[in-house]
Write a protein that binds this ligand. Sequence first.
Ligand SMILES: C[S@@+](CC[C@H](N)C(=O)[O-])C[C@H]1O[C@@H](n2cnc3c(N)ncnc32)[C@H](O)[C@@H]1O
Length: 301
Amino acid sequence: MSRTSETAEEAEQFFQAFHKPGLGYDKCVAEYNKVVGSYTNSATAVSYRGPRYCAQMLSGLIEDITNAQVLDIAAGTGLVGQELRKKGFTHIDAHDGAESMVEYCKNTGFYENFFVSFVGDGHRLPIKDKTYDGVTCCGATVENHLPPSAQAEFIRVIKPGGFFVNAYRATLPDCEYGKNWRAEAQKLENDGKWILYGRLAFTKFNKFTDANLTQQWLQRYGWEILPHLAQSLDLAPSAFHLFGSLKRHLGGMAFETEDELISELRNWFDNLDVDFFRVGINSLLSRWQKCIHLHGDYVEK
Ligand SMILES: C[S@@+](CC[C@H](N)C(=O)[O-])C[C@H]1O[C@@H](n2cnc3c(N)ncnc32)[C@H](O)[C@@H]1O
């Protein structure tokens, strides 16, 4: 496993190594134990924004931020603690399975109490019931990390009326692990243990996946960069044809379950023919020109 990450691409490889199929959380945590010195660098190299989103969400939910007791699960090097501090939280405890990560957190000054333990799969947090107003977890809901059964432990240590904020990559629901995680979350809701309050999708969990990576590929292949609006780097005329058509197709439909929606989407994508894409590609030039000339004030129905 690479120990230093000079570029965003190396850093992404650094993180992917922890997701290797079959690694398991004990070996994964053992690896985290060895990389405490380079973790924050790698997170910075991929412009990792999960901790900021996580703190932002919790601060929007909790009224008495100054007195709130918060537990940061799988705290790593304390990036969430840092963001929580910026939001005014002062009573934050750090938890992680990797001892060296928790040792590192002790020197950050963001946290009050510290816990080294696995969680889930029969591992109990060394914490009393109903201790916290808020529990955060960022970047640890992924293959080889927290097992789905950890969620019941989070509920156990949260006070009635408290909140759990979980920040994870948008790709999570697609994989087997993600399905199991969400099935367990749903089961806990069905059992009246918590209410699944809402899900917000941020398109840039880390900026690397778009801007940084794009820059690297542009340089590598010497591609020409067409003019674009300074504040709208993501404005993509190529998305309009596909998603505009999809929006029209879904208009007026109602779905009882997420599976029904997924099945409808699969059908729709499967039935798109070559001409659909030909029309979309052929109209790219005029759409791009419109974007530029209208300075992004681009509405087409
Ligand atoms: C990607 S890091 C996230 C760190 C921090 N929350 C952040 O967003 O920067 C994942 C952390 O989860 C911890 N971890 C993974 N699986 C765990 C488990 N089953 N029990 C306890 N800690 C675990 C690792 O040791 C590591 O520090």
